[in-house]
Design a binder for this molecule. Structure first.
Ligand SMILES: [Cu+2]
Length: 328
């Protein structure tokens, strides 16, 4: 029995340890969540070893002989054994509950010094607004390493769900309420942001990046980008606004170095406008504010969200796209 138990436990432990089931944690919260996970897995492996050893032992030793057609002897249970297998699992489940409650409490505690980022979800794009950076917006989520970040969510349409696997934490964005999520990134790097709630036709394209930067680099980016977005030079602000919106995750534009393939190549706008028999500037402008008015053949309708930018920003963006595409 002991040998069998060790064997079965060993097999289960090997399956748990030898495969990379979980991404490497990149936030303090993910580290704690992984701890709860392994706490439960170790308990499961021990119970699996005991149960499967008893089962295999019984199947081999107490099986009916080929010529034995008799009924088994009547038994009426075993009180001591029943108490043991009720009390021990109860204590184990309670201990998992206690460990989870402690981790949930720690993961939600932002402390006093935290940075806010407002996250807007819409079909089918994410955008991130920085109250600390004159409310400038970004299509990628840039955050400094080692800082408490409090994300506050707004959904413009349906339920989406924010998830960065390496950060562990996950939050649904529900229209009408503004849930929050606390993250303390502890690894510099680039991690995928994924929508994990089936939210419509373009759900699979609703992705962007979370970029964790060293603190000094982040401060420089925040200052530089918020200045560029409010610049009166349209070439400067147009480029900054393109970067501040999620356009690049769906569109290729050489000037901005983006390679998205969900929507048409924005370097070819002049020939697309000709194809649509529309003047270039109103074609580009209308395509941004009301994407479904004209759908580029070969590309899906209802995937690009309409963007309601303030007029000066929209004009700067349109000018930037026209200039970049004429060069390309
Ligand atoms: Cu979504």
């Amino acid at each position: 029995m002991l040998g069998l138990g060790t064997l079965m436990g060993g097999i289960a432990a090997a399956v748990a340890l030898l495969f990379p089931w979980l991404p490497k944690p990149a936030s303090d919260e993910a580290g704690r969540i992984d701890f709860v996970f392994w706490f439960a897995v170790v308990i499961c492996i021990v119970i699996f070893a005991i149960v499967s050893a008893a089962l295999i032992y019984a199947v081999i030793n107490f099986r009916a002989r080929p010529d034995d057609d008799s009924d088994g002897p009547p038994t009426h249970g075993h009180t001591k054994l029943e108490v043991v297998w009720t009390v021990i699992p109860t204590m184990l489940v309670i201990s998992i509950g206690i460990v989870s409650a402690i981790v949930l409490g720690q993961n939600d505690a932002t402390g006093k010094d935290f940075m806010r980022v407002n996250v807007t979800a819409q079909q089918f794009a994410w955008s991130f607004q920085y109250p600390d950076g004159k409310n400038m917006t970004s299509g990628t989520l840039r955050v400094p390493v080692g800082r408490s970040i409090l994300l506050t969510f707004t959904s413009k349409d349906v339920i989406h769900s924010f998830w960065v696997p390496e950060w562990g934490q996950k939050q649904d964005t529900v229209p009408g309420i503004h849930p929050t999520l606390h993250i303390t990134p502890n690894k510099v790097g680039r991690f995928p942001v994924i929508c994990t709630e089936l939210c419509g036709l373009g759900h699979a394209t609703m992705r962007t990046w979370a970029i964790v930067m060293p603190r000094a680099a982040f401060d420089k980016w925040l200052k530089g980008t918020s200045a560029a977005q409010t610049s009166t030079n349209t070439a400067v602000s147009g480029a900054a606004i393109f970067k501040s919106q999620p356009c690049g995750s769906c569109h290729t534009l050489q000037a901005a170095g983006t390679t998205g393939k969900v929507g048409p190549d924005l370097d070819k706008l002049p020939s697309y406008a000709q194809q649509a028999k529309q003047p270039l500037d109103s074609f580009v402008s209308d395509s941004i504010t009301d994407p479904n008015a004209y759908t580029q053949p070969g590309y899906p309708k209802n995937v690009m969200p309409p963007f309601n930018l303030p007029k000066p920003q929209l004009d700067a963006l349109v000018q930037y796209l026209i200039q970049s595409s004429k060069k390309g």
